[in-house]
Write a protein that binds this ligand. Structure first.
Ligand SMILES: NC(=O)c1ccc[n+]([C@@H]2O[C@H](COP(=O)([O-])OP(=O)(O)OC[C@H]3O[C@@H](n4cnc5c(N)ncnc54)[C@H](OP(=O)(O)O)[C@@H]3O)[C@@H](O)[C@H]2O)c1
Length: 249
């Protein structure tokens, strides 16, 4: 019997990942990944039609356990993955004077290394039957630019894009690999930054197209996964309302 092909979305319990999962569930069965069962169930309830989708609970900071956990999950559920979206992410604003090895490690483990290990599992013929066609990694516009107190996070996102480009070359022509670089959007991750109304107004004014939403990110991911993007690989797609091309003073 042919195995059902799913789209795996990490970080589907919140923010962009939840929105991406809900959007993609309209046309595909999805595997919702996250740590928090309650929040994952909330995403599942918003997916259409619920029932056929699956949930993979795993803490991605355990990078050494990723291969075994995902392999076991796929074999146990007798399913394969045709598309992989890595939206799980760790971000903490830390000026250099308080930066720690642990904060660096957490950023790289969750944002970069786990994505690479998931891709490795999905390329194993015995596990995923050659089903993988497309990978989209959620990077950030700070991958290419400088921001105060973001060095560990930005370094990890630059590494995400390095991983993306190398996998795009290594896995072609079977698999396309791209990244989406969002600008600042209100989610659980950034809520604290948007607490101050004055700062919010100042930040919003730097976006020529005005503030974005998780739905704007989901639209870009859906496009990159689709056949409309069949000749696009190894690319960083900025989805930031023009924030990073704006040099207005
Ligand atoms: N929001 C923005 O302005 C913005 C801008 C640029 C890039 N991004 C990137 O977009 C992605 C999504 O961010 P978001 O804004 O949607 O944040 P969010 O709402 O806080 O969601 C973060 C997701 O990552 C998961 N996650 C975090 N640590 C994890 C771990 N150790 N193991 C497994 N899952 C883990 C969380 O799972 P649990 O809920 O289960 O803990 C949650 O589903 C991230 O990669 C972020 O860096 C965000």
């Amino acid at each position: 019997m042919e195995q059902k092909s799913y789209i795996l979305i990490t970080g589907a319990s919140s923010g962009f990942g939840r929105e991406i999962a809900v959007r993609l569930s309209e046309n595909n069965p999805v595997i919702l990944h996250g740590r928090d069962k309650e929040r994952l169930m909330k995403t599942l309830a918003a997916c259409s039609p619920a029932g056929k989708h699956l949930i993979w609970e795993f803490d991605l900071s355990d990078v050494n356990g990723v291969e075994e956990s995902l392999t076991h999950f796929l074999l146990e559920n007798n399913c394969v993955v045709g598309g992989f979206v890595h939206s799980a992410g760790y971000m903490k604003m830390l000026p250099l004077k308080v930066l720690s090895v642990d904060a660096f490690r957490q950023s790289f483990d969750v944002n970069v290394i786990s994505a690479g290990m998931i891709a490795k599992v999905l390329m194993k013929r015995k596990v995923n039957q050659g089903a993988l066609k497309s990978i989209v990694l959620i990077s950030s516009n700070v991958s290419n630019f400088g921001v105060k107190a973001m060095s560990a996070y930005a370094a990890s996102k630059s590494a995400v894009d390095g991983l993306m480009r190398c996998l795009a070359v290594e896995l072609a022509p079977a698999v396309r690999v791209n990244s989406v670089l969002p600008g600042g959007v209100r989610t659980a991750m950034t809520e604290q930054i948007y607490q101050n109304e004055e700062i919010t107004e100042k930040v919003d004014a730097t976006y020529p197209l005005g503030p974005g939403t998780p739905s704007d990110i989901a639209g870009a991911v859906k496009f990159l996964l689709s056949d409309d993007a069949r000749w696009i690989t190894g690319q960083q797609l900025f989805v930031d309302g023009g924030r990073t091309i704006n040099i207005t003073v």
